[in-house]
Design a protein around this ligand. Structure first.
Ligand code: BTN
Length: 259
């Protein structure tokens, strides 16, 4: 993917700038809107994204593929790319939290918001917005009160903002290209990286919670064996959260115990 960087100082939201450029026809596949700060940074589920000047990475990548991409593959591809990017920057113990938060010891390091606006089948698009905490040494109390957060600097990583942008873009461009061309491969790589298949999990969806053993995670959905042995499949877009019930080592299976 040919990337074209569009640099901003203060903007409302890089996702908003990217979506506006799609709407006015000036966007190109691979455009990346990067800002120094955002006054109205958006998070998932209607939340905001605190975007202090020059401390975090705030970028949005525009996808204008020939065929409409699978939305779940784009979501998973973006999560994988950011995970691999922060690991490449030295944060080896980063992990994914469904669908695409990147955490370190339960503290949020990065978040992703994939958006599109309007459906023109002749011109499919998606905007992948990434927020990564880079240089922050402290966070506003209202944010800390809500959940644990961390940054590359707090984790002892000395990467500059520019290095973080370049590293993430390398991973985003290849993973998102693959999400458009080989969505099943992205789902397979995501399943492995998430370390969820084979584990006891809790899935939260609009109609309540389910617990059971996750048999598989594919584009067809989350295949779950419930406690009573019944099987069910939860479509990916219905799963609001998917959490492993026990995060430690996997229980060894009977096969593993046999000589
Ligand atoms: C989340 O975890 O809730 C997703 C956060 C996504 C934040 C990024 S910052 C750059 C881009 N522009 C936005 O307005 N939001 C995304």
């Amino acid at each position: 993917m040919q990337l074209r960087l569009v640099r901003h100082g203060l903007v409302d939201s890089t996702n908003e700038r990217a979506l506006a450029s799609v709407a006015d026809g000036s966007a190109r596949h691979g455009d990346v809107h990067v800002a120094e700060s955002q006054s109205a940074g958006r998070g998932r589920l209607g939340r905001g994204w605190v975007s202090a000047h020059g401390e975090g990475l705030y970028l949005s990548l525009v996808l204008l593929p020939a065929r409409a991409p699978n939305p779940a593959a784009v979501t998973m591809g973006a999560g994988l790319a950011v995970l691999e990017g922060v690991r490449a920057l030295g944060v080896r113990h980063a992990r994914l939290k469904w669908p695409n938060d990147v955490l370190v010891s339960n503290a949020k390091l990065a978040g992703i918001l994939v958006e599109s606006r309007g459906l023109d089948p002749a011109r499919p698009h998606a905007v992948v917005g990434v927020g990564l905490n880079v240089l922050q040494r402290a966070f506003p109390p209202e944010l800390v009160g809500e959940r644990a957060v961390t940054s590359l600097a707090l984790l002892g990583c000395t990467a500059t903002l520019e290095a973080a942008i370049q590293t993430l873009l390398e991973h985003l461009s290849s993973r998102l290209e693959l999400a458009c061309s080989s969505p099943e491969r992205i789902a397979g790589d995501y399943a492995r990286a998430s370390d969820l298949p084979g584990r006891a999990v809790r899935i939260r969806r609009g109609s309540g919670e389910l617990t059971g053993r996750l048999e598989s995670l594919t584009l067809a959905g989350l295949e779950l064996v419930l406690e009573d042995g019944a099987r069910t499949r939860v479509p990916l877009e219905h799963a609001q959260t998917v959490e492993a019930l026990y995060r430690g080592a996997r229980r060894r299976s009977r096969e593993n115990l046999e000589p």
